[in-house]
Design a protein around this ligand. Sequence first.
Ligand code: ZN
Length: 282
Amino acid sequence: MQKLKQIFNRILYLPPYQKTDRPILAAIIGNDKTLIIDAGNSSSHAKLFLNQLEERNIKGDWLVLTHWHWDHIFGMSEMQVPIISHYKTRNKIKELQDLSWEDKYLDQRVKEGTEIPFCADAIKEELGDKRDIFLPDPDLTFETQMEVNLGELTCVIIHVGGDHSHDTSIIYIPEEKALFLGDCLYANLYAKKWNYTIENTLRLIDRIEKYDADIFFLSHHQDPLTKKEFSSFLHLLKNTAFLTKKYEGDQEAIVREMSKSLQRRLNEVEIETISYFVNGFS
Ligand SMILES: [Zn+2]
């Protein structure tokens, strides 16, 4: 069972859980108000988080969603607070409200290509037989960015989009120099082959690098990244984008050059990143 962790005085987070694809959930605690980031992938995920907050006498005042993917929104109805999201996130949630999540419907959508096996499997694993998902409409939406004042603490919510999900928003907390990135730096999973595109990745990185932060939360990374770890992650993405363009998606050539310049064999993450860029090259 995941346990709440604290970073600085004003950020609490529940680490992700890979087996059923639970993302990070966080509470940003100002002097007056608390903002919750993401709703979790089920009622039990949301409750696990809320109960641990309650033990510390903390309750949320608002919830913000980073993007529409099931694992970030299925716990929404447990939160009982006004929900903030990008307008494209709300539009996607409105589409999901009409869907059923029983095995036969999930399997059918996988067959049609509107759902992916990775998510269908995790949904079955997380939800067991309780599949009555209630997805309320987000209450507040925005187009480019908005600010939430929590009392001596600000959360800037910025729409950045990207390959992973076009509606993605990130949350920047300037007073804590913290940046919550949701899944925006992960590949596009809703495709025949998981992929990154050169153009979208570089555009996204350009936008993210403008925010001066010391700590970076990626929703499915076990722990937040330091500035150094984060910049090496961005370097891998930028370098792979560059080599993919240079070698026009020739995987072997990209691997050869990267391995030569690093003077070692590539690790799993590097190999995977290259294959996603190759998949997205056209
Ligand atoms: Zn996602």
